[in-house]
Design a protein around this ligand. Structure first.
Ligand code: FAD
Length: 621
């Protein structure tokens, strides 16, 4: 029997980040996973980042997390998505060599002090007292106790793999499902459901006819996933691009009744925005073709991931439809695609620290109904840091919608719950002009330092960057120029305009660093990344001034606290259904109440009036 401050169950993306965060906080931490060798496995696509997801990776990095560092070590094709659009909606992404990614995660965990990695299956949670978790029992009978436990079991709880009408128990291809712990969790008072997701067949790259296919290279100027790196570490590769066609669609259509998803073999709900090839053929019947990216899974690996054709059709049908696609006419399938169905727990029941209704038991990752490595990792970081804070008697870490995509996700999950797998999009963030991937460190690293989550070297790097940024900003604000001076260096402004600070000048879209250097030669002495950051920050200044008013309104609403014992049944003019919902959810303030599904402005006015009148009369409510 051994005691830890924090035990993390699961070595996927949530578990790795949770364990690393907990240990960085100074908590004695154990990461228990079924197989040490599979820690950091990418169950589906070999890529990290993308739109919305790239923002999460940068925020994890800003809090000294490991995902971005591992992605940079394994990155074999860096691309900045939405490059032609504004920085707020650009998404850094890299394709990753699976083997290198796993190796990077395992080595980062091995180098983390205060962290033990334990191989074993957690068969049972133990309770310290009713409703308070106290540790775990492994399948071999070993007992580990802890002040807090983080559960990140991914798709493993009662996982069932489907290929056509063939179904078998499994956590993902090659791994056993976790049924004993699932059975215990089913006994607890936690709201549970079933979700599903799918993956495409894996192809042998040596049997692909690459010659006639369009190729997609890495970006000429790659943008890294971590703030700590400036250029790729691994060699860069190109992907292939091909398309489905009418024949492909006809084969899929003809066999729909054999698909696990369409043949009625699966009860769980799948991700709408990550459709299988069956979904695409049915839902977008008017489209004659769909794009497929052929992504090599590694530098020393012939496996190719055909991004865009996940499926749960029988293996022989998969071969048929894949071979109908240009370049894949004689392809060999190394592993058929499959769908997986698994238990999840409604995140609506979690607090914003990711603590469940069982005290000191935290949930993170796919078991909260999300999908994606980045979403899992971000939740892992929040759950791991908060489990450590609770175990060490420190203040909890809270993330808000105005400070991060992490905050947006946690807020969505805990206030709306999920009815289908949740993934991050930039459109989910109402303050996205402020929540950019480029400024994640400026938004979050200070908070991480205050919480004790940031290592000394990361802290030093951040303080240096902040100091340089501050100096550059002050210089740009201090120096002003008349319209004539600006026109002299080639900036098109009207000659009767006002004198402007160079910060203001830099915020003008057509102004370049070269213009600024001509006006202020000292600007060029700052490192390139500081100059770039100033340009982006300046560009957004006018918009942010407007957005700050909205953030202030949110903060005002957050400041209106709703007493924990408010009796919603006393509120007249509100539907019984809504009263029950509010009674159950118990929002802590007006802003939280506003985000609960079904809460209208009229309902908010009722709550506000009730809270104010009670405060005026100083009566219990
Ligand atoms: P996982 O990565 O699943 O890790 C779970 C970990 O828990 C594993 O290490 C496992 O060994 C461990 N574990 C489980 N139970 C126990 C136990 N009792 N004791 C000890 N250890 C335990 N995401 C997308 O974004 N897009 C997709 O298209 C997509 N498709 C997918 C298709 C498939 C078939 C699968 C399996 C996943 C797919 N995903 C997809 C999801 C993505 O893989 C997950 O979102 C992500 O891996 C979740 O991370 P996690 O840490 O929550 O869980």
């Amino acid at each position: 029997m051994k005691h830890y401050d924090v035990i993390v169950i699961g070595g996927g993306h949530a578990g790795a980040e949770a364990a690393a965060a907990s240990a960085r906080m100074g908590a004695a931490t154990a990461l228990i996973s079924m197989s040490k060798a599979s820690i950091g496995t990418m169950s589906c696509n070999p890529a990290i980042g993308g739109l919305g997801k790239g923002h999460l990776v940068r925020e994890i990095g800003a809090l000294d997390g490991i995902m971005g560092v591992a992605a940079d070590r394994a990155g074999i094709q860096f691309r900045l998505l939405n490059r032609s659009k504004g920085p707020a909606v650009q998404g850094p992404r890299t394709q990753a060599d699976r083997r290198l990614y796993k190796a990077a995660v395992q080595s980062l965990l091995a180098g983390q002090s205060g962290l033990d990695v334990v191989e074993g299956e957690v068969a049972e949670l133990t309770m310290l007292s009713e409703g308070v978790v106290g540790g775990v029992v492994l399948a071999d009978g070993a007992i580990l106790t802890a002040a807090a436990v983080v559960l990140t079991a991914g798709t493993f709880l009662n996982g069932i793999i489907h290929i056509g009408d063939v179904r078998r128990s499994g956590g993902r291809e090659g791994d056993a499902a976790c049924t004993r712990l699932a059975a215990q969790l089913a006994e607890l008072v936690l709201k549970r459901g079933r979700l599903k997701t799918g993956t495409p067949p894996r192809l042998d790259g040596r049997t692909i006819d690459w010659a006639g296919l369009e190729r997609q290279p890495s970006d000429d100027v790659p943008v890294m996933m971590s703030f700590l790196h400036s250029k790729p570490i691994a060699p860069q590769i190109t992907c292939g691009i091909t398309h489905t066609n009418e024949q492909t669609h006809e084969i899929v259509r003809r066999n729909l009744d054999k698909s696990a998803m369409y043949g009625g073999f699966i009860e769980g709900v799948g991700p709408r925005y990550c459709p299988s090839i069956e979904d695409k053929v049915v839902r977008f019947a008017d489209k004659a073709s769909h794009q497929i990216f052929l992504e090599p899974e590694g530098l020393q690996d012939h496996t190719v991931y055909p991004n865009g054709i996940s499926t749960s059709l029988p293996a022989d049908v998969q071969l048929d439809y894949v071979r109908s696609i240009k370049g894949l006419e004689t392809v060999t399938i190394l592993q058929p695609g499959y769908a997986i169905e698994y238990d999840y727990f409604d995140p609506y029941e979690l607090t914003s620290t990711m603590e469940s209704k069982i005290s000191r038991l935290y949930f993170a990752g796919q078991i909260n109904g999300t999908t994606g490595y980045e979403e899992a990792a971000a939740q892992g970081l929040v759950a791991g840091a908060n489990a450590a804070a609770a175990a060490l008697g420190r203040n909890a870490l809270h993330f808000g919608r105005a400070d991060s995509y992490i905050g947006v996700m946690i807020d969505d999950l805990t206030h709306l719950g999920v009815t289908e797998p949740y993934r991050m999009f930039t459109s989910r963030a109402e303050f996205r002009l402020a929540l950019r991937a480029d400024n994640a460190d400026q938004r979050l690293t200070g908070m991480g330092i205050a919480a004790g989550l940031i290592s000394e070297s990361r802290r030093e790097g951040y303080v240096l960057k902040l100091t340089q940024l501050q100096e550059a900003r002050e210089l740009l604000h201090a120096q002003t120029a008349t319209p004539q001076v600006l026109r002299d260096v080639g900036i098109a402004v009207s000659s009767d305009g006002p004198r402007r600070s160079l910060w203001h000048v830099l915020s003008m879209p057509e102004v370049t660093e070269g213009h600024i250097a001509a006006l202020l030669p000292d600007f060029i002495t700052f490192p390139a990344h500081i100059r770039r950051q100033c340009a982006t920050d300046a560009l957004y200044t006018p918009y942010l001034e407007r957005q700050n008013a909205e953030v202030a309104a949110l903060r005002r609403d957050e400041a209106v606290e709703i007493p924990a014992d408010l009796n919603y049944s006393d509120l007249r003019g509100m539907s019984t259904e809504l009263k029950c919902k509010l009674q159950r959810k118990r929002p802590r303030n007006l802003a939280e109440a506003a985000r609960i599904e079904g809460v209208t402005p009229a309902a908010l006015t009722l709550i506000l009036a009730h809270v104010r009148s009670a405060a005026r009369n100083n009566v219990a409510i």
